[in-house]
Design a protein around this ligand. Sequence first.
Ligand code: MG
Ligand code: ZN
Length: 235
Amino acid sequence: MPKVTIAQNILAVNDTVAQEIQQMLATRGIRTINVMSSPGAGKTTLLERTIERLRGELGIGVIEGDVETTADAERIEAAGAETVQINTRGACHLEAHMIRDALAQLELTRVNLLFIENIGNLVCPAAWNLGEDTRVVLTSTTEGDDKPAKYPHMFAASQVMVVNKLDLLPYVDYDLAKARRQALAINPRLRIFEVSCRTGAGLDEWCAWLTAFVHGDSNTVCKQSYSSAATARGT
Ligand code: MG
Ligand code: ZN
């Protein structure tokens, strides 16, 4: 199956670059989180609220991935984080070489927590390592509670799930217990946070976890494993 072989080679090259990035960031003492979700789940809003709460305590940097526009990077910069925008011009996920180029443009000296906001897409971002320490999948109550069951690879490849838009629960047919159950059936070790970026509910717990994550609390370490990601893809 030559086409499969080519795809695996591309992913192997990507993994090599991702490992170089992870080592460089580890040397600098920077902890990195790859944030993934479908479009409109609230990645940028979650980062804005997080930066507002933690900017006095942590040095936060953001690599902002979007197909087009710098609108989200402008929001993140206004919230008070060191930011660089990647425009993929049509590509539906970020790749490690894009992160390497973006890092060259970031002032990293004061950063100890780096977020990578991936392209809004629950499919292929799961297959591309970016050199992150951990992966967060964000989902929201307006998307339906069947997302873990429909996109199992994303939930299997992530260490943390954040459910956003809790404030809308009275108005939507979203079964929180069902989403939680389905996600844990796919990935029993998934850490789950339930938040509303609009009301602030749940953000204290999320931010406390982030702070512990940056300071290397072993209970929060759910390190991205390159070998297991490769196994999940069948390589
Ligand atoms: Mg965004
Ligand atoms: Zn893609």
